[in-house]
Design a protein around this ligand. Structure first.
Ligand code: NAD
Length: 486
């Protein structure tokens, strides 16, 4: 498709839509068709400066003076407006990410709206305390916003992961500069449109598009930004942590994972097979918490793998815009190449390929599709067992007893999530307590709720998103002392 026919999208700074100061743009590609679907502004440090100026001014302006309840009402209106536009926003999410429209429309967009609604409710419930100190003083605390938050998000759940940051940040009275991934900027821009439509004051939510290595880096280094809320790759998180040290920014990091999904011998086998497939194939495996390491008791392994392979072979990628499709396109050409490289490593290192293993074609000869893939007989030292693939590739590993399962599960630098399948309640608790992971699912997988915290142990990051815990990361505490001596 010629770029002249594609829609041009601008930066949102101070409630004004403007091109990048350099005039540069970046193309957005639909991974299911390989067509260019939009050209977005490619910002640089001058645009970051302008956004920071607007965001700082908003803190001192109407937004800073607004009552918490009124702030909450505006965030709630964003949730309502998002649901009014859910069909259109879901189409954008599917077009730039390749996920099935069913997921965008019925899971991701409603979850993003729910997150906005949840934190809207918190806005006037974030409060301080009165403290019984020594002497004749009234001493109380104020929970104040941190200031300007840069929210930097990846391409796998572009709108939802933006909402996880924007909603608590705004509810707590901060201002935000949202930077979506280069591959998937369209729904962040839609969220910016919604902010303007519902009447968020200028500068409260700014949306800056551009490459992470330049614009993302400029945000991390900018002295006018107080906090970085980041979701993305562990190596990027480490680089951000180093750069943020110079200005001592607050940071929260939601990073990668290599999550174990453990099937004990007494599990409901059919439920565990469903759970194993949901765990790895939901979202094409481009899910930070994907259950990418399946640990199966060796006494049930053969039956389990046979049934799992049969079920996987029935799953085929399809046109993401078809409401019946449950498995879409890999989000980018680069990610497709990464996934295929890992599949080759699995074959080369001697794992048994029992399902998938090839690039797929949905009949158009276009698009970045790959077959859902399962490897059995994976050894813990193999590449596909150790590295995050971030794609629909499952590595099945056997274990001899429950303690070996726990040891293998924890034998990773990551600690984002884990699953356990068992009918024995004592074993469920025993394993849940020993797993080094921020979320443990028992007899289920990949379930989330805005009211429940989510985040990593170990190198999967720190800080919690969603729930009341996230409020800690968007407020700071001030102690006020008043001398009451007459
Ligand atoms: P990425 O780290 O390459 O990019 C994430 C974001 O950071 C993008 O907006 C990118 O432009 C920006 N960025 C890149 N370099 C930067 C820099 N030097 N400074 C500032 N910003 C920079 O990650 P990705 O490939 O987009 O996303 C995939 C990764 O995200 C996977 O590792 C996945 O596990 C992780 N992830 C984690 C969670 C979680 O909650 N823990 C959720 C989703 C994805």
């Amino acid at each position: 498709m010629a770029t002249t026919t594609v829609e041009r999208k601008l930066l949102l700074i101070n409630n004004e839509w403007r091109p990048a100061s350099t005039g540069k743009t970046m193309e957005v590609v639909n991974p299911a068709t390989e067509e260019t679907i939009a050209a977005v502004a490619s910002a640089d440090s001058a645009d970051v400066d302008a956004a920071v100026k607007a965001a700082r001014a908003a803190l001192d302006g109407a937004w800073g003076r607004m009552s918490a309840r009124e702030r909450g009402r505006l965030v709630s209106r964003m949730a309502d407006r998002l649901m009014e536009k859910a069909d259109a926003v879901a189409r954008l999410e599917t077009q730039h990410n390749g996920k099935p429209i069913n997921e965008s429309r019925h899971i991701e967009i409603p979850a993003a709206a729910e997150c906005l609604e949840y934190y809207a409710g918190w806005a006037d419930k974030v409060m301080g305390e009165t403290i019984p100190v020594k002497g004749n003083h009234l001493t109380y605390t104020l929970r104040e916003p941190i200031g300007v938050v840069a929210a930097i998000v990846p391409w796998n759940f572009p709108l939802l992961l933006a909402a996880w940051k924007v909603a608590p940040a705004l509810a707590c009275g901060n201002t935000v500069i949202l930077k979506p991934a280069s591959q998937t900027p369209l729904t962040a821009i839609a969220l910016g449109e919604i902010a303007v439509e519902v009447g968020l004051p200028p500068g409260v939510l700014n949306v800056i598009t551009g490459p992470g290595s330049s614009v993302g880096q400029a945000l991390v280094e900018h002295p006018g930004i107080d906090k970085i809320a980041f979701t993305g790759d562990t190596s990027t998180g480490k680089a951000i942590m180093r750069s943020a040290a110079d200005t001592l920014k607050r940071i929260t990091l939601e990073l990668g994972g290599k999550s174990p999904n453990i099937v004990l011998a007494d599990a409901d086998i059919d439920a565990a097979i469903r759970g194993a497939t949901v765990g790895i194939f939901y979202g094409k495996g481009e899910v930070c918490a994907a259950g990418s390491r399946l640990l199966v008791d060796k006494s049930i392994k053969d039956e389990f793998i046979d049934k799992l392979a049969a079920r996987t072979k029935k799953m085929a990628p399809g046109d993401p815009m078809d409401p019946k499709t449950r498995f879409g396109a890999i989000a980018s050409k680069k990610q497709l190449e990464t996934v295929l490289k890992y599949i080759e490593a699995g074959k080369r290192e001697g794992a048994s390929l029992v399902a998938g293993g090839e690039r797929a074609d949905i009949g158009t000869g276009k698009g970045y599709f790959v077959q859902p893939t399962v490897f059995a007989d994976v050894k813990p030292e193999m590449t596909i067992s150790r590295e995050e693939i971030f794609g629909p590739v499952l590595a099945a590993i056997e274990f001899a007893d429950i303690d070996e399962a726990i040891a293998r599960a924890n034998d990773t630098q990551y600690g984002l999530a884990a699953g356990i399948w068992t009918r024995d309640i004592k074993k469920a608790h025993y394993v849940a307590r020993r797993l080094q992971a921020g979320t443990v699912w028992v007899n289920t997988y990949n379930v989330y709720d805005t009211a429940a915290p989510f985040g990593g142990y170990k190198q999967s990051g720190f800080g919690r998103e969603m729930s009341a815990h996230a409020l800690e990361h968007y407020t700071q505490v001030k102690s006020v002392w008043i001398d009451l001596n007459m």
